[in-house]
Design a protein around this ligand. Structure first.
Ligand SMILES: C[S@@+](CC[C@H](N)C(=O)[O-])C[C@H]1O[C@@H](n2cnc3c(N)ncnc32)[C@H](O)[C@@H]1O
Length: 212
């Protein structure tokens, strides 16, 4: 990987937006590979390679996952890239702090956002209603993770983040999401993501209960 210093952040924003308009997701993935590490996380904490996007599409296609609620999606760029590459897959982003995301300082949102106002299981069910998958990418709130998962009625939870031994922490970690989560969800697939040898994707399926 060779870091390319784009002239300005505005130049990078402009390039990404113009490739978005022309639906050239591969070009956006290329930009991610060329950005300096400090700039990369401005857009996305886990930048995929082209092959990773294809792998995600293949797995989601095989599992017939068509709609995903991505909790804490940030800019939603990873989600946009996947939905651009595979137009059968749609994402809705869930974020907190609508004031921030509506402000002129916030990054561009690449997917439609819904906001978490207040708390309670009913609200979380509404936010994640009618989706096949619940995704967390570099999420960092273990209690909120538990609440979203408990309210979720779909079959798959997708966790993107660092592998457990890489000295980077998220909550949940894809390969160590916690014992109470593993009581109800079983690991179905996992694969590396990105060229840094840090991140991975873990796909969990809801375990069948006696009444299913
Ligand atoms: C480290 S960022 C990751 C952003 C993006 N997924 C990425 O990988 O680039 C974590 C995000 O989770 C959001 N977040 C934290 N708690 C949340 C909650 N309870 N519900 C929804 N979003 C939340 C934060 O606002 C932040 O945008």
């Amino acid at each position: 990987m060779h870091d390319r210093q784009f002239d300005t952040l505005e130049e990078t924003d402009r390039l990404i937006t113009s490739f978005m308009k022309t639906r050239k997701w591969r070009k956006i993935v290329e930009i991610g590979q060329e950005l300096a590490p400090t700039e990369r996380s401005r857009y996305l904490w886990a930048w995929p390679t082209e092959q990773d996007v294809e792998r995600i599409g293949e797995v989601l296609g095989r599992l017939e996952v068509k709609s995903i609620a991505s909790v804490g999606c940030g800019s939603g760029l990873l989600e946009w890239i996947v939905s651009c590459a595979y137009d059968t897959i749609t994402f809705r982003g869930i974020e907190i702090d609508e004031d921030w995301w509506s402000s002129k300082y916030a990054p561009i949102s690449y997917i439609p956002l819904k906001f978490m106002h207040g708390s309670g299981r009913g609200l979380l069910q509404e936010l994640t209603d009618a989706t096949d998958g619940l995704m967390f990418c570099y999420f960092n709130n273990g209690d909120a993770f538990t609440q979203y998962v408990e309210a979720f009625k779909g079959r798959y939870v997708i966790i993107v983040g660092p592998r457990s031994d890489r000295g980077v922490h998220t909550n949940p970690l894809p390969m160590a999401p916690g014992d109470s989560f593993l009581e109800r969800w079983q690991l179905l697939e996992h694969f590396d993501l990105g060229s840094e040898n840090i991140n991975c994707v873990a796909v969990y399926q809801c375990k069948k209960t006696e009444d299913q």
